[in-house]
Design a protein around this ligand. Structure first.
Ligand SMILES: [Zn+2]
Length: 319
């Protein structure tokens, strides 16, 4: 699932492919965009794309004349920018397409695509409520004061920090891998109530959130430093599949039952209730090290993996 750093990369690709060029055609298959386009026939035709940027997990394109397009990729969406002049056949997953003379930007599988005129941060309800972006653009900084204000608001105090970090109204751009890695970096129990965080915890979050987001953006989603990645490449006991480059990208995310890179204890996973709405409780899997993060919830005994790569915690530390 694309999180802030991944959406920022898509925004960069769209900006590189579309900015400065005039829109030859804009088509959409989402209900909201189709309805708007039906009422404003040809509104985008011939207009120059000014810039494409992201805010959290949202992508926004500004088009001359005060027009905009907006997408949210949710779980499966992705943008594809094609510079090949050959027309690209329409795939059944296609949700929108923006064609300029030198490129086509195609949105696949995303449920949310809107177009309109005016300030998208006022027109699109979801954008108006977003917290500070964890991945500020160059020249900008992460708005830590605003983040703390939103984190410590009365409605968040009884919630678990692991759940609140996914709340885009508190900080925009954090998804499941970033929250697990940020909490691990601060040695924070994902199940701890916000009200129980101390000053050191808060300072660590302020420092770590933009740091890890920036690293993930720069590296294409890797959150461990290079030396830890090398260590996992060279030690089969630390990964599920030594030949895979996907298993050595994180400290805890999707490393269930493998040794912690810091203390050697076994990384665990649990379902965590992230929010409640009219449809009931929503859950996401949280990954953590019980020792490093001092988890407060009961854990079941570990199922031992019967593989040649099995190792004890002590061996892991020695490694
Ligand atoms: Zn640990």
């Amino acid at each position: 699932m694309p999180e802030g750093p991944e959406v920022r990369r898509y925004a960069g690709q769209l900006h590189a492919g579309l900015a400065g060029q005039r829109i030859f055609a804009l088509t959409a298959r989402t209900r909201a965009a189709r309805a708007w386009l039906a009422e404003h026939d040809g509104a985008f035709d011939g207009r120059r794309v000014e810039r494409v940027c992201s805010r959290g997990k949202n992508l926004i394109g500004y088009v001359e004349g005060g027009y905009y397009f907006y997408s949210h990729l949710m779980m499966w969406g992705r943008w594809q920018v094609v510079t090949d002049p050959e027309p690209v056949p329409v795939d059944r997953r296609e949700r929108a397409r923006i064609t300029v003379p030198e490129a086509q930007a195609i949105l696949l599988s995303a449920p949310v695509f809107e177009v309109g005129q005016g300030d998208p941060f006022e027109r699109v309800e979801y954008l108006a409520s977003l917290g500070p972006d964890v991945l500020p653009y160059p020249g900008d900084t992460f708005d830590g004061a605003e983040f703390l204000k939103r984190l410590l608001a009365p409605e968040q105090r009884e919630r678990a920090i692991g759940a609140v970090l996914l709340d885009q109204r508190v900080a925009a751009g954090i998804g499941n891998y970033l929250r697990a890695e940020m909490l691990f970096a601060c040695r924070l129990d994902p199940f701890r109530r916000v009200a129980d965080l101390n000053e050191d915890d808060l300072q660590c979050l302020l420092r770590t959130i933009p740091e890890i987001a920036a690293r993930a953006y720069a590296t294409g989603g890797v959150t461990v430093p290079d030396d830890q990645r090398e260590r996992m490449r060279g030690d089969a006991r630390l990964v599920y599949r030594p030949e895979s480059e996907w298993g050595n990208r994180h400290f805890v995310f999707r490393r269930t039952n493998l040794p912690c890179l810091v203390c050697g204890d076994t990384i665990r996973q649990l379902r965590q209730v992230t929010y409640q709405d009219d449809e009931g409780e929503r859950e996401r899997i949280i990954y953590f090290c019980p020792t490093c993060q001092g988890t407060s919830v009961p854990l079941k005994p570990i199922r031992v993996r019967r593989t040649p790569a099995s190792m004890t915690a002590a061996e892991s530390v020695a490694a």
